[in-house]
Design a protein around this ligand. Structure first.
Ligand code: C2O
Ligand code: CU
Ligand code: CU
Length: 504
């Protein structure tokens, strides 16, 4: 890792043409092992002419900012389940607002939230519901309400074209036609998405159906079924989320992890199988989650539905906007002291406190779904090519930046087409881009010609694409209209790494 970070810095220096080779060589001699943003001695590197912001970006994409360990002093907050206004019409009200939140004891931070001051409630739909949502913008700036992963027509998808000005409201109507899954919602005003999400605009959507309710999975919300929204932040000395100070064009990351908005969280569970619905709701950080005991867990769902069978894993990586549902069996884990969910660097993300109480003893079904990748689909020719390229504010898709007036692709409603997503490396190797398409759940056909891993054989709406990797996906839209596809590093999205598809 250290080597890569250094290498990319050196090459970036070359690319930007700000330093001579000689200076790059000097940099090689420096010890970068514990380098954090701001700690570098810029003067000694003679980077007078160098764009410090670009430099900063580079370093962050190699994850130089590591996460602080959670002390576990606060019990995890669980978002409220949003009540329906009327049972019959299934009407919800979702309000974007601003306010103050006591994230740190005794200090108020300025935040955004839905129907509250920070983050949002969970909207629980059932397949077949005809939903009406009254969306209201009570912010001082324009916003949109985007339902990430929901298969609805583009006019209610809440992309950058559906802006609500301050004080405006709009009623949306759609039918829930897709299967049980964990989706989410967030704003999408072009150029401002990253800042608004960073300040706290994000909430969850649960879809249930008859099948999911009959599986006998843990589904006691807040008891053995918990959402975990992972977001890393930087707080300034006044404990504020100062986005412009923290901002990094290549993806803003921070040293402080909040889970469901909880600082230093811990989760108390009984000795039973617990379902965790993980959402990487961060602007840019990737996480590889594992248990510090080395125990495995079961992944049961991807972004858009259940896997066919539970997949045992020792770790799982989620890039921004990806979800996974996992089952951790706290009755069979031996090590109960200091048990925690950790990341790839060993940072403690979420300590668990396991009580003496035995919870429900249940079996996780061996068959959860009947997801399939049909032969004829697998052998369709590639008809859409997406090339992701660049870094910082120089990011593009197929060599172009987002233009709200330009339609990049068209596809027929109901047709399945194979898209090839290619992450074109740059001279310094490049970085992972999480690729997302609105309005559709899709299937991964292959990664670099190989079958996707078992835990990716399910519905996806976001995928990680590594440098030089080619991912083939089968995409079908059930509804019409203009949808976005983009990199879900929110700063890349805001910087134009986004295109539009018109479904007719
Ligand atoms: Cu999660 Cu275009 O969005
Ligand atoms: Cu989306
Ligand atoms: Cu990107």
């Amino acid at each position: 890792m250290k080597k890569i970070a250094l290498a990319s810095m050196i090459i970036s220096v070359g690319i930007l043409g700000a330093c001579s080779q000689e200076k790059s060589d000097n940099m090689k001699g420096m010890d970068h092992s514990n380098m954090k943003m701001g700690e570098m001695d810029h003067s000694s590197m003679d980077m007078k002419d160098m764009d410090h912001d670009k430099m900063k970006g580079h370093m962050s994409h190699d994850k130089v900012i590591s996460l602080n360990d959670s002390t576990g002093e606060n019990e995890l907050k669980v978002p409220t389940l949003l009540a329906r206004d009327h049972e019959k019409g299934i009407v919800y009200t979702v309000k974007a607002q601003k306010g103050k939140t006591e994230i740190f004891d005794g200090t108020e931070s300025e935040t955004y939230g839905y129907n509250g001051m920070f983050l949002g409630p969970v909207l629980r739909f059932e397949k077949g519901d005809k939903v009406k949502i009254r969306t209201i913008n009570e912010l001082d700036e324009p916003t949109t309400f985007h339902w990430h992963g929901l298969e609805v027509s583009a006019d209610v998808d809440g992309g950058p074209h559906d802006v609500l000005k301050p004080g405006e409201e709009k009623v949306l109507e759609f039918e829930v036609t897709q299967e049980a899954s964990t989706l989410w919602f967030h704003p999408h005003p072009h150029g401002k998405t990253s800042e608004q999400v960073y300040k706290g605009l994000a909430g969850l959507i649960y879809i249930e159906d008859d099948h999911s309710k009959g599986l006998g999975l843990p589904n006691d919300y807040g008891k053995n079924d918990f959402p975990l929204i992972f977001q890393d932040k930087t707080f300034d000395s006044k404990k504020q989320l100062n986005y412009s100070a923290a901002k990094n064009e290549d993806g803003t990351i921070g040293d402080t992890l909040l889970i469901n908005g909880t600082l230093n969280p811990k989760l108390t569970v009984n000795k039973e199988k617990v379902r965790l619905r993980l959402l990487n709701g961060s602007n840019a950080r990737n996480y590889t989650f594992k248990l510090n005991s080395g125990d495995s867990f079961l992944q049961i769902a991807t972004d858009g539905g259940f896997l066919n069978e539970p997949v045992p894993l020792q770790e799982i990586t989620l890039t921004p906007s990806e979800r996974a549902e996992i089952i951790v069996d706290f009755s069979s884990i031996k090590k109960v002291n200091n048990l925690a969910l950790i990341n790839e660097d060993g940072a403690v993300l979420l300590p668990f406190e396991v009580t003496d109480q035995n919870g429900v003893n249940r079996k996780i079904p061996e068959k959860l779904n009947d997801f399939s990748l049909e032969d004829n689909v697998m052998h369709l020719p590639v008809t859409k090519k997406v090339e992701l390229f660049g870094m910082m504010d120089m990011v593009t898709i197929n060599g172009k930046k987002f233009d709200p007036e330009r339609i990049d692709f068209t596809q027929k409603q109901g047709d399945t087409e194979v898209w090839e997503i290619y992450n074109k490396p740059d001279m310094m190797g490049g970085m992972i881009h999480p690729f997302h398409i609105h309005g559709a759940q899709f299937k991964i056909i292959s990664r670099d010609g190989k079958d996707p891993s078992k835990n990716e054989r399910g519905w996806k709406d976001s995928i990680s694409v590594k440098p030089d990797e080619k991912v083939k996906i089968a995409v079908q839209f059930k509804h019409k209209g203009v949808y976005m596809f983009h990199c879900h590093i929110l700063e890349h999205e805001d910087n134009g790494m986004m295109g539009q598809i018109k479904v007719e």
